[in-house]
Design a protein around this ligand. Structure first.
Ligand SMILES: [Ca+2]
Length: 410
């Protein structure tokens, strides 16, 4: 698919308005995190859906197999309702997406699959470290592919979710996959919203872009062997207009007093224009011309800024959220031997920097509180831990950390 300038611009602006953000994989939900419960309304819905599916060419045999063990999963509905409320800063998102562990595992995965990645790079014209980065963010290199039964998850969301029509379309596409024989119903598992396999394709994306790279007649993105999944991701990226040899973007520095309004609408300018405005690569030197670029300024007064190119827009086809694209792009740079971001992020709303947040979590953990890890991301568990600690000190237990509270832990 060739992207016109108009669709490029539309996509660039879409990234500013879409709130949905797929969180990088931290842990895979186990099947029993989403238990099925009896629901007569769901059963009636399934009966009527089966008639609609039959009219669209899904065979009785496929329908019987697909719905033999289908169940209503209320946990999926809870996730769907909770998703929009969740927000993360770019720093939090990157600390998970491009964590030391994810970088290390990714470099190992690239080495382990060197010949496969080379074949895919040749066949599709997408750099190995880019495909590896998508694999890393989507499923932690295949280790977190999701264990939720896809037919049940999609049926639940089509029956009661906020986007019923969208999920019915996904369910129909999932049934076509089963009918085609690419995967058995029992093995068709994924995340709670029906994203499947190593590269977390939703069924319609699978229908459009999955390929059989092993040549066994099945497009298998689910099994331990990542071959078909990685080739499918490369095919998706290539057909979305990827330019080989060009970066997705790069971190840049802004001159003092830079007028941020210039960047507000992701307006694309030439490299020479940006250079004249005082934009420089964060690693030093002069801007190299990689074609027209848009500027993403920091969320706050200070922090990393990015110039992004047409390949940035290509990654938005996978997921339109700005943080996602920067996350995949930055991880790909790290997997290609690049370093961490250069410009520090400012203190967060609690007045803490990342190292402070990590110290806070480590000290609280040592005292026996459950902070849900020590990644430096302050989530509900860390806030509960802070509240518990505040209570133990006789302070107001509002769960908000602060530099003063951190000082009591040092
Ligand atoms: Ca295959």
């Amino acid at each position: 698919m060739h992207l016109t300038r108009r669709t490029l611009l539309a996509n660039l602006s879409a990234t500013l308005t879409l709130p949905a953000l797929a969180l990088p994989t931290i842990a895979s939900p186990l099947n029993n995190d989403f238990p099925a419960v009896p629901d007569s309304g769901f059963d009636s819905w399934v009966a009527s859906f089966r008639k609609r599916a039959a009219k669209k060419g899904i065979s009785d045999r496929t329908l019987s197999a697909a719905f033999a063990d289908v169940g209503f999963l209320p946990g999926v509905i809870e996730k769907d309702r909770g998703q929009a409320e969740f927000s993360m800063t770019l720093q939090d998102y990157l600390s998970i997406t491009a964590s030391d562990d994810r970088v290390k595992q990714g470099r190992t995965a690239l080495k382990r699959n060197r010949s496969l990645f080379a074949q895919i790079e040749t066949a599709y014209g997408v750099e190995s470290h880019v495909i590896a980065a998508i694999w890393g963010v989507e499923s932690f290199y295949g280790t977190k592919r999701g264990t939720v039964p896809v037919i049940s998850a999609l049926s639940t969301l089509a029956y009661e979710g906020r986007r019923a029509a969208f999920f019915e379309q996904q369910l129909m596409a999932a049934l076509k996959i089963v009918q085609h024989g690419d995967i058995g119903v029992q093995d068709m598992t994924g995340g709670w919203a029906g994203a499947m396999g190593h590269t977390q394709f939703i069924p319609t994306t699978y229908a459009a872009f999955a390929v059989d790279f092993t040549g066994d007649g099945r497009r298998d993105i689910w099994s331990d062997d990542p071959t078909d999944a990685l080739a499918s991701a490369a095919n998706y990226i290539a057909r979305s207009g990827w330019t080989y040899g060009q970066p997705w973007g790069q971190e840049v520095t802004l001159p003092a007093g830079f007028n941020r309004a210039i960047a507000r609408k992701m307006q694309r300018r030439s490299s020479a224009d940006w250079a004249n405005l005082g934009i420089r690569p964060a690693t030093g030197g002069r801007l190299i011309d990689h074609g027209a670029a848009a500027l993403i300024p920091p969320d706050q007064a200070t922090g990393p800024a990015f110039l992004v190119y047409s390949n940035y827009t290509v990654i938005t086809r996978y997921n339109a959220a700005q943080k996602y694209v920067i996350g995949v792009g930055h991880l790909s740079d790290r997997l290609n031997g690049g370093g961490a971001l250069t410009t520090p992020f400012p203190p967060d709303k609690y007045g803490l920097r990342q190292q402070d947040r990590i110290t806070l979590q480590k000290r609280l953990t040592r005292l026996g509180y459950d902070t849900g890890g020590t990644s430096g991301v302050i989530g509900p568990k860390t806030r509960s831990a802070v509240a518990g600690y505040q209570q133990s000190l006789g302070l107001k237990a509002d769960g908000n950390p602060s530099p003063a509270l951190l000082a009591t832990l040092r």
